[in-house]
Every structure is written in structure tokens, then in C-alpha cells.
Write a protein that binds this ligand. Structure first.
Ligand SMILES: *Cc1c(COP(=O)(O)O)cnc(C)c1O
Length: 680
């Protein structure tokens, strides 16, 4: 459903043009292209959070590794949404305005026989009256170019916003995860799933493995089953097919599918009522769903996660802990569920300042191609590296603080024009409201889902403030993130962060400054993960299947302070790389609940308060031991939690024949780590 790969965080072509000073040429048409790459829009707002960003990072690593892959998703005319934040109202969502035509590396495909016409493909969209109907989509292609500009992986984005599209389809083509009605949601999922096979056929693509990244596009497998049935039984299969025929087709199709599940949280698993599906599908489809998508807890619904669990040759979870939880949630499929722990694309997420340092140190000379090269003690023992890294960190911190200070003033100045009350209390304090670089800064930014518990550490503000006052410690808390427009509890958590600002500031006597940065996106993420001194992750264990923002911090050498959930169980290394807090006992049924009264605030927040003084002491009084943690993150976590290693593990799992060059690189990267060894 989503791919996040904004060019403003990774843009190898722009880098190439700038580095080689290819900015002015004589040919006007070429100049227009160059200008587009240099100055064109930097955002492709086709993602909502970690799932999409991970998809983008994966494609970039596929390109770096020269692995032949293509991705299919949807183009959303209004993106996900743009977030405005008002201190009284909280989050306000608006359409994101963007122009695919002006966006570099994004191209509208055209008819090969009449190149002036955009290519339109027909997508079967049957309904209940038995007459197969079709809808149409245009296709955009985005190139994920690699760093060396010698390979790319294409993304194909289905664009259903055509004049000829029926109103419901047009509506569904505007915003990612529009769930205003269950119908709209179901239609949006089908626009993805049903588009996969027709798109591949139109472009002449064939695939040995279809990888379902989450179950959103799982209806693609139903199309594949129908194709099998037609082949076996002929065009009249609908009259003649038996359940046994269907199940035989299922096992054939399963051989082509690998499925990755990304969350144990129920909201991430699509269910639709049978009544709804009766309206938007034919008998054949319902027969298949009756056989394959039954929901044991809810007999009048279809469960699309159950469907995806069934139709594949392998299921993947995104960390070791998540694997164990997924096996528990789907015991019937436990045997085929294994783990490939997520990663992040290191070339995207390492800040420019850090990258410069890495470029300048001989032992890291190959770091751009090989994130495994950080796994050396030498790094840890090099005084000059330690010094340079610390300097780069300071600069990244300065950028972030400067950005925030400008933002605070801008919000105040714009108040009269926009009638938006500045989201930050500090906007109202002229001089003392400014943040200072070098003050211990904790970052938190991700989607505002209740299970992520953004407000956990503000559970007891008087106590938190008293800790800071007692030690005389100054702390900045920098928060960002969007709540889904239909997620009211999520929006309340966001509002609570705003509401806490003044109390925390006052009770801590101005030592603690809590900032909210509106409209979180990849660019903001990159600035934050490199600019803070610790990255906070406070979900209810084990609901954060992996988490990737903490990896982005880690590969910049920024320690995490995190609940033992998702990737952190693997990245914690007995305290060498950061801190852990909160519940880490066995996973019981109650731990899987997201009910408001089972989010365990009191226990986990106090575990954080207990930890805080030692973190602050380490930062302010023993900067050398703090730097040790930074270096250990590079040495121990960067070689593991990157998408080169992750992609290599996937490629091995796909079991494709690879040419020798690729096979060697895959073997090397997968040797850096084996995600699926037995955890507890
Ligand atoms: C990395 C990233 C995320 C994922 O954050 P988690 O902490 O893993 O949930 C979400 N949004 C953006 C913009 C990101 O860059």
C-alpha cells in the first residue's frame, strides 16, 4: 500500500550532478531535466510510516545489490495527509498537494504504439451482478537508482484518478489508508491487489516470487488462483470447479508467494464483513474467500491476514521476538514462520556530517558499499575517529536545535495570518523559550498509535520534573508524528503531549523543554535521529514488531533508550549500545491487547524514571563513556540493522538462482547476521 522513498533524504542522481558540476548545459531540453533533478519537488507522499519507509529502503538495497526486483503500489493524489497542529485543537489533517509530473525520477508510462497517450491498463473489478466489470489505471514509474548509478529497481504506482473512473474509485485514489467507510477501505485494498497481475502482464514482467509486503495486496493471489483454474478447467471453470480444484490451484499459487507480516496489532490486519464482500465480488470470489479467509473469532467476517497466512510458501516476521509472537498468534502456520529482522538503508539514514567522517577514515573506505566494515575493534580504539564523530554529532545537534528555534519563532509570527495557535508553549516565551545546543536531547518520532505510548514518560510529570530539579539537569524532549485521521485515541495522545508542555516546563523550573514538531516526514526523521543524544522507544511490549527509527539512530551512533521490544532485543547488547526499561517478562494473552486499560503505563514509566539519572550523569559527567556507547552502536548494530543484510536474507529465502557475482555478495551480507536463530 505504501512506499516511502523521498528524494530529499537519498538522491544519488542529484549528488552526481552536483559533485561533477553538471548544472549548466547548452541544450535547453537537457537543462530542463537537470533543473528538475536539482530543484524539483523532494517529496513523494506515498507513505504513512515505518512500513512504507522500509519498503523504500529495501528497494534501494536491492538496487545496490543488483538484484532484479520490481515493486507495485498505488499513487495517492493527496498523499497520506499533511499535519497542522494547533495547541487547542490538536492535529488537523489536510490533503498534501503535490504534482507527480514535476517530481524527479517519477515518470508516467505511455502507450508504446502511440507515445502521445498515457498507458492505461484494464483491471478486472467484478461485482455481484455477474457481469465482469473493469476499471482502468495509469502507471507511474519511479526509479530507485543506486548510489553508483549503474542499476535501478523500478516502482510501479497505479494511478486510478482518471476522468473515466467511477466516483468511488476516484475517491479511493486520493488518500492512503482512507478508512472513512469499510467499503472505501476494501476497495482501496482491491485496487492494489487486483492491479498486480494486469500490470505485470501489460509491462511483460514475470516474477518467480511475488512478495506480499503485509496483507494489503493479498487479493492478487485470488487472481492468480483464477488463472490457474482457467488453465486447468477452461473458460467455463466457474460452473465446473470443485473445492478440490480450488485447493489444488491454491497450492500451486502458494509456491510463488512469500509473505511478510509486520505487526501483531489487530488494526493492522484487514477484516471485512461477508455482506460487504457480497456487494463487491462475484460468487467465485466469495467461494474462494469462504474456503480461505474464514475468521475463527468472527464468523461473519473475512480475515485477510488469515488469507495471506495461507497462500504462500514461506511467512516472515520482522524480528525474533515478533516471530515468536506470530507463531503464537497463528499456531497453525508456526512451522513456516521464520524471522528476518528489519534493517534501514544506511546510505539514506546516515547524516551528511557523519558520512563525511566515515569517508575520511581509511578503515572505513568501503563503507558505502559495505556496512559490514564497521564491525571492527579498531574503530573503537581510534582516538581521531572518536573525536571526529563527536564533532559531527555536535554539528547535527546544532542543526536540529536551530531548526526548532526557527520553527518556534515562525509559528509565533504566523499566528495572526493563519489563526493557528502555535503547537508549542515555548513559542510564547521570547528569549527563555529558545533551545540550546549541547543540552541533553531525547527524540521520539513515529506514528501516534496508542500502543506506541508516546506519552508514557509523561505519566507522572511532577516526579519527572523533580528528578531533573534534584540533579540540576537540563533536558530537551523532541517529539513528532502523525495520528491516523480516524484514530481518535491516537490523536488524544498527541494532544496530551501538547498539554503537558507548560506543566513540565514550570515544574522543572525551566530545565525541561518539550517540543512537538508538526508534519513528521522522512526528512524530519533524518534530522532528528542524527541530532538527538538518545532515541526513545516506549511501546507496549510485544506490540512493536520491529521498529526501524531506532535503527536509524543507532547507525548514526545514537544510543537507544527502549522497552525490550522488536529489534531492540537484538540490538541492546547488554547495555553496550543503550538502555532498556520496562516489562520484559513472558508474552501472555493480556500483553497482546491494545485496550486502553491494559497499556501498563505506571510500571513502565517508573522504570524509565529510575533509569533517567544514570543516563543524564553519563551524558553530562562522563562524556567518554557516553561516546563508548556511540561507537559500540556503529561497531555492533550498523553491520546488522541495515537493509543490505536484510535484503540478502530475503534473497536467500526466495531461493532464486543468482549469478556468481551477486551470489557472493549475498552470501557475504547474510553472513553478517542470522536473524532466525532461536531466540526465547
Ligand atoms: C523510520 C520512520 C518511521 C518508523 O518509525 P518506528 O519508530 O519504527 O515506528 C516512521 N515514519 C517515518 C517518516 C520514518 O522515517
Amino acid at each position: 500500500m505504501e512506499i516511502g522513498a523521498d528524494p530529499d533524504v537519498f538522491h544519488p542522481l542529484q549528488n552526481h550532478l552536483l559533485k561533477n558540476e553538471i548544472t549548466n548545459v547548452n541544450d535547453q531540453e537537457l537543462q530542463n531535466h537537470i533543473d528538475k533533478f536539482l530543484f524539483g519537488p523532494r517529496k513523494i507522499p506515498n507513505y504513512s510510516g515505518g512500513l512504507g519507509v522500509l519498503a523504500g529502503d529495501t528497494l534501494k538495497s536491492f538496487a545496490d545489490l543488483h538484484f532484479p526486483a520490481a515493486a507495485i503500489s498505488i499513487l495517492y493524489r493527496e498523499g497520506y495527509f499533511s499535519q497542522i497542529v494547533d495547541s487547542h485543537v490538536g492535529q488537523i489533517d489536510q490533503a498534501t498537494h503535490w504534482s507527480p509530473h514535476d517530481t524527479p525520477t517519477l515518470y508516467l508510462l505511455h502507450e508504446p504504439d502511440s507515445p502521445e497517450k498515457p498507458l492505461e491498463i484494464d483491471i478486472p473489478f467484478p461485482n455481484n451482478n455477474g457481469t465482469p466489470s473493469t476499471i482502468r489505471a495509469q502507471v507511474w514509474m519511479k526509479l530507485e537508482l543506486n548510489e553508483n548509478l549503474d542499476y535501478f529497481v523500478p516502482e510501479f504506482l497505479l494511478d486510478y484518478d482518471l476522468e473515466s473512473s467511477p466516483p468511488l474509485i476516484k475517491d479511493a485514489a486520493q488518500r492512503l489508508y482512507n478508512s472513512k467507510s469499510p467499503m472505501l477501505k476494501a476497495i482501496q485494498r482491491r485496487m492494489l491487489g487486483s492491479g498486480v497481475m494486469p500490470l505485470m502482464e501489460a509491462l511483460g514482467l514475470s516474477a518467480r516470487t511475488i512478495h506480499l509486503n503485509e496483507q494489503h495486496g493479498v487479493t492478487a493471489t485470488l487472481n492468480m488462483i483464477l488463472t490457474e483454474l482457467t488453465e486447468k478447467l477452461g473458460p467455463d471453470y466457474r460452473q465446473t470447479m470443485s473445492d478440490k480444484d480450488i485447493m489444488e490451484a491454491v497450492s500451486k499459487v502458494s509456491q510463488k508467494v512469500v509473505y511478510t507480516i509486520h505487526t501483531p496489532v489487530k488494526a493492522g490486519h484487514d477484516r471485512f464483513t461477508r455482506d460487504l464482500y457480497a456487494e463487491i465480488s462475484q460468487d467465485t470470489c466469495q467461494r474462494m474467500l469462504n474456503l480461505l479467509a474464514d475468521d475463527q473469532d468472527s464468523p461473519h467476517e473475512y480475515n485477510f491476514t488469515a488469507l495471506a497466512m495461507r497462500i504462500n510458501r514461506a511467512v516472515n516476521a520482522v524480528s525474533r521476538l515478533h516471530r515468536n509472537v506470530t507463531r503464537r498468534q497463528f499456531p497453525k502456520y508456526a512451522d513456516k514462520i521464520t524471522a528476518i529482522t528489519n534493517g534501514v538503508h544506511h546510505l539514506t539514514w546516515i547524516s551528511d556530517q557523519r558520512a563525511k567522517i566515515f569517508d575520511s577514515h581509511q578503515i572505513l573506505k568501503n563503507w558505502r558499499n559495505d556496512p559490514g566494515c564497521f564491525a571492527t575493534e579498531k574503530l573503537f580504539n581510534s582516538e581521531s575517529f572518536r573525536h571526529d564523530l563527536s564533532r559531527a554529532w555536535q554539528l547535527d545537534n546544532q542543526f536540529l536545535i536551530e531548526y526548532i528555534n526557527n520553527m518556534l519563532i515562525e509559528h509565533r509570527n504566523q499566528m495572526m495570518e493563519t489563526w493557528i495557535d502555535p503547537p508549542n508553549y515555548l513559542s510564547h516565551l521570547i528569549e527563555e523559550g529558545r533551545l540550546e545546543p549541547g543540552v541533553f536531547t531525547i527524540g521520539f518520532a513515529r506514528r501516534f498509535s496508542t500502543y506506541k505510548r508516546a506519552d508514557l514518560i509523561f505519566d507522572d510529570i511532577p516526579y519527572l520534573a523533580s528528578i531533573l530539579v534534584k540533579g540540576g539537569w537540563r533536558v530537551n524532549f523532541v517529539f513528532a508524528g502523525k495520528a491516523h485521521p480516524q484514530d481518535e485515541p491516537g490523536q488524544s495522545v498527541l494532544k496530551l503531549i501538547l498539554d503537558n508542555q507548560q506543566e513540565l516546563y514550570t515544574l522543572s523550573k525551566g530545565l525541561a523543554k518539550l517540543i512537538f514538531i508538526p508534519n513528521y516526514d522522512m526528512k524530519m526523521a533524518k534530522m532528528m535521529v542524527a541530532g538527538v543524544h538518545a532515541w526513545l522507544n516506549s511501546p507496549k511490549r510485544p506490540l512493536e514488531a520491529s521498529g526501524t527509527s531506532g535503527m536509524k539512530a543507532a547507525i548514526n551512533g545514537v544510543p537507544n533508550v527502549s522497552v525490550m521490544d522488536g529489534w531492540w532485543e537484538e540490538g541492546y547488547h547488554d547495555g553496550a549500545t543503550g538502555w532498556k526499561f520496562g516489562y520484559e517478562g513472558p508474552v501472555e494473552e493480556a500483553n497482546l491487547s491494545e485496550d486502553a486499560d491494559s497499556l501498563y503505563y505506571a510500571e513502565d514509566s517508573h522504570a524509565f524514571y529510575k533509569l533517567l539519572p544514570s543516563m543524564l550523569q553519563s551524558f553530562y559527567e562522563h562524556p567518554e563513556t557516553y561516546m563508548d556507547k556511540a561507537l559500540k552502536n556503529l561497531q555492533l548494530n550498523l553491520p546488522i540493522f541495515n537493509t543490505h543484510r536484510m535484503a540478502a536474507e530475503y534473497i536467500l529465502k526466495y531461493k532464486h538462482d543468482l549469478d556468481q557475482n551477486l551470489a557472493e555478495r549475498i552470501e557475504y551480507f547474510s553472513s553478517l547476521y542470522q536473524s532466525d536463530i532461536n531466540g526465547n
